[in-house]
Design a protein. Structure first.
Length: 286
């Protein structure tokens, strides 16, 4: 049995850990609320853009707009992986990294040429440690992503796609369904495919023409797809961190209960031994 001094030291250590995890849980809860508000704020604009693109799409536009170009053969594929910059959020980063790794391996087995782009330190560290080449890295996106962040990420890939250097761009990020449900997902960013139920632009009278509108709309539509993915990923990270810290706090509480019981038993055994020694000493003197 451990001595009371050892048990007391462990109790103090667990109490300190519990205080830290409880504080982190409260911080994550606060950040989650703000992140969820950003997700909800992004939805109306994103949905409206999708409706407009659906309404303006025409098959012959693919010949005039590079972002609508459907390659005859897919060879070069860019995988854009979005992870967190920090850990302590359970399996959140591990799930995203595994999804990107399996996607890359699947593309290699198909004979394609995937290249990996990382947003977030956790993904970058994982693949660099395993000597997997990264075509680009970006660790500057914080807890509150901006449209400018989205443009800095997708801009270079869009230019390469328009120049014919890439045939497809895929995004791996977390889908924010709720604070407890944040599964990884794979989304195609480029080429921009006609949304389901697209209506021909000939059905409308447009001023300026549909091609002029799309020339400005398509970059905004693509940028917004990335922005919405970033804010969802940030909200999912905070949700996963809150869940992980709550679990750690609960586990620390259970461990404290066990340690306190062990301390009481050890203390009781020590007192019993001291009483026995006193009684034995008294009998020896009599």
């Amino acid at each position: 049995m451990q001595s009371t001094k050892e048990v007391k030291r462990r109790i103090k250590s667990v109490e300190n850990t519990k205080q830290i995890t409880k504080t982190m849980e409260m911080v994550a809860t606060s950040k989650l609320k703000k992140a969820t508000d950003r997700v909800r704020a992004a939805e109306p604009y994103s949905d409206a853009l999708a409706v407009v693109v659906k309404s303006l799409y025409a098959p012959d536009f693919a010949e005039r707009f590079p972002m609508l170009r459907q390659p005859e053969e897919t060879r070069k594929v860019a995988i854009l992986l979005v992870t967190a910059n920090r850990g302590l959020c359970g399996a959140f980063n591990a799930n995203l990294i595994r999804e990107a790794r399996l996607l890359r391996e699947s593309l290699l087995e198909e004979g394609l040429e995937p290249e990996l782009h990382s947003v977030g330190k956790k993904g970058m560290v994982f693949f660099r440690f395993r000597k997997v080449p990264l075509s680009s890295t970006n660790n500057e996106v914080g807890d509150a992503p901006t449209v400018e962040d989205a443009e800095s990420i997708i801009g270079p890939l869009r230019e390469r796609f328009e120049a014919g250097e890439l045939d497809q761009v895929l995004l791996v990020s977390a889908e924010f369904r709720s604070a407890l449900s944040t599964p990884p997902r794979v989304m195609e960013l480029l080429p921009i495919r006609p949304p389901e139920g697209a209506v021909s632009a000939d059905s409308y009278i447009l001023s300026p023409g549909a091609d002029v509108i799309l020339d400005r709309l398509l970059p905004a539509y693509l940028r917004n797809m990335v922005y919405r993915a970033l804010v969802e990923n940030a909200a999912a990270e905070q949700g996963a961190r809150r869940t992980a810290m709550k679990s750690a706090t609960d586990n620390a509480g259970e461990m404290l209960e066990t340690l306190i019981r062990n301390y009481n038993r050890a203390r009781q055994a020590q007192i019993t031994q001291e009483i026995a020694e006193i009684v034995g000493g008294a009998e020896g003197l009599s």
